[in-house]
Every structure is written in structure tokens, then in C-alpha cells.
Design a protein around this ligand. Structure first.
Ligand code: BG6
Length: 502
């Protein structure tokens, strides 16, 4: 083990988040139960959280004692193997609860008193409001907090907002305006958990931490980029949310856009949050909006039918609980985007994502152009273009594909891979996306969160697609457990390229 590896490990093991008070709005809801509380508990077990209080604020009538019991059940169900009775006995001392109708301004007086007590009368203390509630609740909550002077008046206050941020550019803009009346931009943490994934962050380090790749990272050498976010899961009791969001607002408008930005961004001036955010926003602004008249040349939407996934029979989307039998909500998206700038002009970015596909699989592949001269004559049929692949799930690895000579008397080229696998090199349990994102918010590091102009620029790309889709609602059915609709293959095949297999 070399010294730099040792010192990085030491830093990881001794890391402590600054003290904080977190108010969870919707503390008994789905998001709090399934994601937020298990993540906080995991960070606590790892020793990252020391001095903190979690104040649940929600509709169900409960005392703090009852809330502790509720959290225990949630952790047993959703933190599963991380649950430990011994650790929970310590964790529960940091849990508090206030039941309230979140729209009732009077209740915020209690909240105000509680916060003052928990933050020890110091308004510079780290105070985090986590909106684990449906977007319709954002406005009354923010208004009530603002009326009690609990927002920008408090130096340590921050608000965490989940995606999707708005349902189109107009609503996102309105929401931004409302948030910005109460908070300063650098107090608003708009989450996209994809940016918290280790492998996703490594795109940045790979590109800008090495001298080798960046000179080739442009339209002169790169043929195209492919991004795949395939899921085997269906919509899992989220019909109400999904019927409004669809795959487009659930995954494309946020996660996929952020992945495109990381691949395409220019090197930032430095490693400061705003410098990185500026470069990501520039990419969102440079993605060419798709001409609605040509939508079918660029976009394919699909919806899953019944089928077999991982050996199990599953129902089609329209048969899912609380989905209308006539629903035309897309659960699959394949698209071709272009980035209108000097680095990327004419390089297609093909993206595809969907629910109930063959398996869960996430990767970004950068395909380079063919060598200019086919020196090896007919043997060249073996040659494959160079490719860099960032595998995000199920493997966490980076691969570089290049051609070598097949051993023997003949002159035959043969494609091989150079591989970096996280598991082999680091052998450590690195933080999951949500853990990293929460820690960053606690540290007041806003780098991995979306900024107002970025969110609105992403909607500029999505709005014309949705408008064109709404007119005709052309949707291609696909069998659950497949690779998506055939039409998606045609989208890329007509450009004489093909999707990578998964
Ligand atoms: C969430 C979506 O943002 O991302 C879910 O709402 C999706 O529908 C999930 O399943 C995928 O995230 P991951 O990290 O499992 O790829």
C-alpha cells in the first residue's frame, strides 16, 4: 500500500461532518422512510455524524417517542443489513418530532422554538430543511418558513429540494422565483443523486486529472457518445408520480442531462463550485433543442407491456396499480442530441433509458473515429474503433478498447480492453450517491447540486420534446425484459451505428 493510498484512507476514516440540525418535512413519508433516514443512519454508523439533531415535521399525529419507533421500523425495512439495535439506541437520541399540517402557518411558531433550542440559539449553525414532500407542498412550506424569518435571515440555513424541479420551464422558473424570494441561491441545494455517484464523478477526474485523454476529447477524434440508463424495475407503487413525470422528467431531464454535461463540459477555471457549475450550465445551454417537426427522427418513446424480467412474470405498465388502462405515459426514451459548440458540433450523443428492460445497466461509452488508413487490408474487418467506457452499474469500472496483433504467423488485428476496476484497486466501501450528496450539503459544498439557470436550461431542451410528443403521443410498446422498442434500434442504425449490448 503506498503512502498516498494510506493517507486517503485515513482521511476517509476520520472524516466528520460539521454539526447540524436537519428538519425533515414529510418525515413519515416514502422518501424519508426509504432513502433519507436509512442514509443518515448509515452515515451515523460509519462515524461521519457526531453532533446532530433530526427534527421530523409531518402530518401524522405522533409523539417523539412514537416517531423513534416509526424510524426503527423504517430502518429495519429499508436499511436492512445496516440495521443494528446497538447503533439505533444511540441514533434515536438525536431524533425529534413535531406533528403539523405543513400549510398551517401557526405551527411554524413551534418549529421556530424547536429549531432555536436544537441549534443552541446560534443562527450560524448548520440548519438544513429537507423537502421530502410532493412539489405542491414546496410553496406553502417556504412561505411559512420565510414568514418566521427562518430562511436567508439565518446564516446557516439551507434547503434541499428533490427532483423533478418543476414540470416544465415555466413552472421551474416560478418555483425558482419563490425559493429565491426566501433563500439565497447558494442556500438552495437542488439534488440530482447521479452526480453523487463515485463513478460519475470519476468522469471529471479521468478527463481533467490526466494529460492523455483531453487532447482527443473533441469532434476531431470522437465519433459519438452513448449513454444507457437501463432499469429492470417497473414503477413500483409510484403510479401517481410517474403518470405525471414519465421517463422524460424522471430520468432524462435531470440524470441524463447531467451525464451529458460531465462528458461534454470544458475544463473549469478551478475546482470551485461555481466554476464547475458554470461549465455544466454552458453545456445545457448548448444542447440543440429538437425541431418538433422532426421529433420522430430524433426521439423514440416506448411503454412496457407484460413480459418476463429476471425470470419473473411482470404486468404491463397499463396494468400497474393506479395507472389508467388508456395511459400513454412513456416508460422508455431513446434520443439523439447535438451540442452546438466548437468542441462537439456534429457529434451525436445517443441516450436511452427505460423501465422493465432486460436488466439494470448504466454506462457511458465514448466511441472514437476509425483510424484514417486501413493499413491491414481485408484483415481490418476485425478492427474495432477505440472506445472508453465508464461503467456505472453493475460494475464500477473504466475500460479502454484498442487493437493489438493476434499472436501467430498471420497479421491479424484483435480488439482488447485495458481495465480499471474499483473493486480490485480500492477494495473499500465507498459512499453511495445519497451519502455523498448529503455530506456535501452538510459541508456547504454546492458543487454537485443544480443551479437555477442550469435547471431552466435543461427544461429548454425537454419542453419542445414534450410539446411535440403531446400532440401525437406516438408510443412504441415493448415487451418487459427486452431491450426496448425496435424503433429505438432504427434510430441509431439509420446513422450506421448501433447500440452497445448490455
Ligand atoms: C430516481 C428515479 O431518480 O432514479 C427512479 O426517480 C430511478 O425512477 C432511480 O429508479 C434510478 O437511480 P439509480 O441510482 O438506481 O440508477
Amino acid at each position: 500500500m503506498n503512502t498516498s493510498f494510506k493517507s486517503c484512507m485515513n482521511a476517509l476514516n476520520t472524516f466528520k461532518a460539521p454539526p447540524f440540525v436537519m428538519v425533515i418535512f414529510g418525515a413519515a413519508g416514502d422518501l424519508a422512510q426509504k432513502k433519507l433516514l436509512p442514509t443518515l443512519f448509515k452515515l451515523f454508523i460509519k462515524g461521519f455524524l457526531k453532533d446532530f439533531s433530526i427534527l421530523g415535521f409531518g402530518l401524522p399525529e405522533m409523539t417523539t417517542e412514537e416517531y423513534k419507533k416509526f424510524v426503527k421500523i423504517s430502518l429495519k425495512n429499508f436499511a436492512k443489513e445496516d440495521f443494528s439495535e446497538k447503533e439505533f439506541q444511540k441514533f434515536k437520541n438525536c431524533l425529534f418530532y413535531e406533528s403539523a399540517d405543513l400549510t398551517d402557518g401557526k405551527k411554524y411558531l413551534n418549529l421556530c422554538e424547536k429549531i432555536t433550542k436544537l441549534s443552541k440559539d446560534d443562527d450560524t449553525n448548520n440548519l438544513i430543511y429537507y423537502l421530502a414532500v410532493p412539489p405542491t407542498m414546496f410553496e406553502p412550506i417556504v412561505e411559512n418558513l420565510s414568514n418566521r424569518k427562518l430562511c436567508k435571515e439565518r446564516k446557516g440555513a439551507k434547503i434541499i429540494v428533490e427532483k423533478p424541479f418543476g414540470k416544465d420551464k415555466k413552472s421551474a422558473h416560478l418555483l425558482n422565483q419563490k425559493l429565491l424570494k426566501a433563500f439565497l441561491e447558494n442556500q438552495i441545494y437542488r439534488i440530482d443523486h447521479y452526480l453523487g455517484k463515485e463513478t460519475v464523478q470519476n468522469v471529471f477526474f479521468f478527463r481533467f486529472g490526466n494529460a492523455l485523454f483531453e487532447p482527443l476529447w473533441n469532434r476531431n477524434f470522437i465519433d459519438h457518445v452513448q449513454i444507457t440508463v437501463a432499469e429492470d424495475l417497473g414503477i413500483e407503487n409510484r403510479a401517481f408520480f410517474y403518470e405525471q413525470a414519465s421517463v422524460v422528467k424522471d430520468i432524462v431531464q435531470n440524470h441524463i442531462m447531467q451525464l451529458i454535461a460531465l462528458i461534454a463540459m470544458e475544463p473549469p477555471a478551478n475546482f470551485e463550485a461555481e466554476s464547475l457549475r458554470n461549465e455544466r450550465v454552458k453545456i445545457f445551454k448548448s444542447i440543440q433543442p429538437i425541431d418538433p417537426k422532426k421529433i420522430n427522427d430524433y426521439i423514440v418513446m416506448g411503454q412496457y407491456q407484460k413480459g418476463i424480467v429476471n425470470g419473473k412474470h411482470v404486468v404491463g405498465y397499463k396494468q400497474e396499480k393506479n395507472v389508467k388502462k388508456t395511459s400513454k405515459t412513456p416508460t422508455f426514451f431513446a434520443g439523439k442530441f447535438f451540442i452546438d459548440n466548437w468542441r462537439w458540433a456534429d457529434v451525436p450523443f445517443y441516450v436511452r433509458t427505460g423501465k422493465r428492460l432486460k436488466k439494470r445497466f448504466t454506462e457511458i461509452a465514448i466511441q472514437f473515429k476509425e483510424p484514417p488508413l486501413r493499413l491491414l487490408g481485408h484483415q481490418c474487418s476485425n478492427l474495432e474503433s477505440n472506445m472508453i467506457v465508464f461503467s456505472i452499474y453493475p460494475k464500477q469500472k473504466i475500460e479502454l478498447r484498442f487493437n493489438v496483433k493476434f499472436p501467430g504467423m498471420e497479421n491479424v488485428p484483435y480488439p482488447v480492453d485495458m481495465l480499471f476496476d474499483y473493486k480490485d484497486v480500492f477494495k473499500v466501501d465507498y459512499p453511495l450517491a445519497y451519502e455523498r450528496i448529503l455530506i456535501d450539503a452538510l459541508k456547504s459544498d454546492i458543487t454537485l447540486f443544480a443551479r437555477q439557470d442550469g435547471v431552466e436550461a435543461m427544461w429548454n431542451v425537454i419542453d419542445p420534446i414534450m410539446d411535440a410528443f403531446e400532440k401525437k403521443k406516438i408510443i412504441h410498446p415493448y415487451e418487459s425484459g427486452s431491450y426496448g422498442p425496435k424503433k429505438a434500434d432504427e434510430l441509431i442504425l439509420k446513422d450506421k451505428r448501433q447500440w452497445r449490448q448490455f
